[in-house]
Design a protein around this ligand. Sequence first.
Ligand code: TYD
Length: 206
Amino acid sequence: MRGLFITFEGGDGSGKTTQSELLVEWLEKQGRTVLTTREPGGTELGEELREIVLHSRGHITPKSEALIYAADRAHHIATKVRPAIERGEVVVQDRYLDSSVAYQGAARGLGTQEVRRISLWAVDQLLPDLTILLDLDENSGLARLPGSRTRFDRLEAEQSEFHRVVRSAYLELAATEPERFLVLDATKPIDQLSEQIRTRVASILG
Ligand code: TYD
C-alpha cells in the first residue's frame, strides 16, 4: 500500500485534535496502519524543543523561534515520518510547515517565502498529500480551548491581531495550493466535518 501524509492545520482551539482522532479511527477500520504525531514534539528531541519554544520564560527572538520549529521538524521528518510513509503507513500529523509559514512567516513578520524555504530545506522538500485546514475566526478559537487549561503557551498568549494574521495567512496558503488543501469551516458540527474529511481522504486512497 502507498504511504500517505496528511496534516491538520488551524488556529488554536479549531478542533484539530478531535478531527484527527476521528480520522485515525476510520483509517484503522479501513485496515490502514496509522502513525499519529505532532509538531512541535513527536520525537524525544522534539518534546524537549517543544518545551523550550512554548514555555520558555525568557525572550526568544522571532528568528530563533522559527529555527527551533525548523530543527524540530527536520529531526521529526527524518527519523519518524518519512520512514513511516516509506513503510506504506498513513501519517496523520497535527501541524506542519504551514504553521511556521503562518505563525513565524506572517504573524511574526519574518516573511512567508523565507520561512517556507527554510522549512522545505529542513525536510528535504516533503509536502503533505493532503492538508486539512480547520478555519475559525481568531476569537472563537481561543475561547474554545478547554476550560481546564491553566496557562496559555507563548503563542496562544499573543494578542488577537496576531491570531487574525495567522488565520488570513492560512487562507492565503490554501488559495495558492488548492489541490493540497481542504478548507473547512470549523464552526460546523463535528460529524459533518469528519464526514467531509473522510470523503476527501477516501478519494485519495482510491
Ligand atoms: P499545538 O501543539 O497545536 O498546541 P496545543 O497542543 O497547545 O493545542 O501547537 C503549539 C503552538 O505552536 C501553537 O500555538 C502554534 C505554534 N506553532 C508555531 O508557531 N509554528 C510551528 O511551526 C508549529 C508547528 C506550531
